[in-house]
Ligand binder design. Structure first.
Ligand SMILES: Cc1cc2nc3c(=O)[nH]c(=O)nc-3n(C[C@H](O)[C@H](O)[C@H](O)COP(=O)(O)OP(=O)(O)OC[C@H]3O[C@@H](n4cnc5c(N)ncnc54)[C@H](O)[C@@H]3O)c2cc1C
Length: 327
């Protein structure tokens, strides 16, 4: 039997989960990545991300990624305007938070997924950005997993929001795990997070972080964490305004699908789940649409919650563990 070809644009977590699943189903999968390795834009990583990971996640995506995650629920601390808040902490902790490393290092989630994909026979082309012209002539069913990269939204005519902020990191002992959130500074939040010898810190907002707000974040970090970070880097990225699985003849996944985990808004958990659903969209489009909407209903609630709070992001008390219940 001739294997059908599938192109996946982007080798982030969503693209890699889709690639592994489709390869297992007998497709001839080619992942096109614009950078020279996995791990996303070098200007953003290495980093540590934090995301809620429920028990069923790895079963759902069909890939055991437990070596990429470390439980950080016990060390979680939540600050609002510089003061620790207990109720928000127990609510977030009830989702079970984990840290994961991103970037090109061997210990990152990206590298772990890449090793699995590579071993199982997925083909990769690095240093090969999918161009505007190629999007115009791409085969039906091409999966777009290109993340926050700004240009593609314009090329495809997808409405987007802009997020930007600052991040920094410093080296730390390998076994040091931390996870702290800082609300009240912007309409999103800041966090600090450590594992694998990296102490990572990020502050972001919709419409940007002013230099004054960045300075007050630095002061809070100094007094709460007893640590300062000297080299701050700016980042900027786009996300779609609304979740969507199918667009024109494409299948969208991860950030491009506007897919996050809806209790907390975790992009990593969203990317992993979404990668699985986008693979399903190739073989069983109707089932995938139902599955996508089952999760996306919660994502729409996240967006509504933001609107009601005049744009201020807050995690939800209500979602609890229903997020990970399988049908
Ligand atoms: C600084 C930062 C901190 C974050 N912190 C957290 C956190 O703490 N917790 C959390 O859950 N989420 C966090 N996120 C969000 C999380 O990183 C994303 O939700 C997740 O990476 C989405 O995965 P993805 O596969 O959709 O896209 P990505 O991981 O962004 O991967 C997209 C890939 O596509 C490639 N690409 C782009 N354009 C092209 C092209 N034209 N051709 C070929 N390849 C292309 C890119 O190089 C990249 O490798 C953070 C994001 C950033 C930027």
């Amino acid at each position: 039997m001739v294997k059908k070809d599938i192109i996946i644009v982007g080798a982030g977590p969503s693209g890699l989960v889709a690639a592994i699943n489709l390869n297992r189903e007998g497709f001839n999968v080619l992942v096109r990545e614009k950078e020279d390795s996995v791990g996303g834009p070098p200007g953003w990583h290495p980093s540590v991300h934090t995301t809620p990971v429920g028990e069923d996640l790895f079963d759902y995506i069909g890939i055991d990624l437990s070596e990429a995650f470390v439980d950080s629920t016990d060390v979680l601390e939540i600050y609002m305007n510089g003061k620790e808040v207990g109720d928000l902490k127990s609510m977030i902790a009830s989702h079970g938070m984990c840290n994961t490393e991103r970037g090109h290092r061997e210990s990152s989630l990206d590298s772990i997924l890449y090793r699995i994909a590579n071993k199982e026979g997925v083909k990769f082309e690095f240093n090969k950005p999918f161009t505007k012209e190629e999007f115009n002539t791409a085969p039906k069913g091409t999966i777009i997993a290109s993340g926050l990269s700004p240009g593609i939204y314009e090329w495809l005519g997808i409405e987007y929001s802009v997020f930007s902020g600052y991040w920094a990191y410093s080296e730390v002992e390998k076994n040091f795990i931390s996870n702290k959130f800082y609300f009240g500074l912007t309409n999103e939040y800041g966090y600090t997070c450590a594992m694998n010898g990296i102490w990572y810190v990020l502050l972001f907002a919709r419409r940007g972080v002013t230099p004054e707000v960045l300075e007050s974040f630095k002061k809070q970090l100094n007094s709460i964490e007893g640590r300062s970070f000297d080299k701050w880097r700016r980042f900027l990225g786009n996300t779609p305004k609304w979740p969507r699985l199918f667009y024109k003849d494409f299948i969208l996944t991860g950030t491009m699908a506007g897919f996050v985990e809806p209790a907390f808004g975790g992009g990593i958990t969203g990317a992993l789940l979404s990668g699985k659903i986008s693979a399903m969209a190739v073989t069983e489009p109707e089932k995938a649409e139902v599955e996508f909407n089952r999760f996306a209903d919660g994502i729409k609630k996240v967006i509504e919650r933001k609107r009601k709070r005049r744009g201020q992001y807050m995690p939800s008390l209500k979602m609890g563990k229903i997020w990970f219940k399988l049908p």
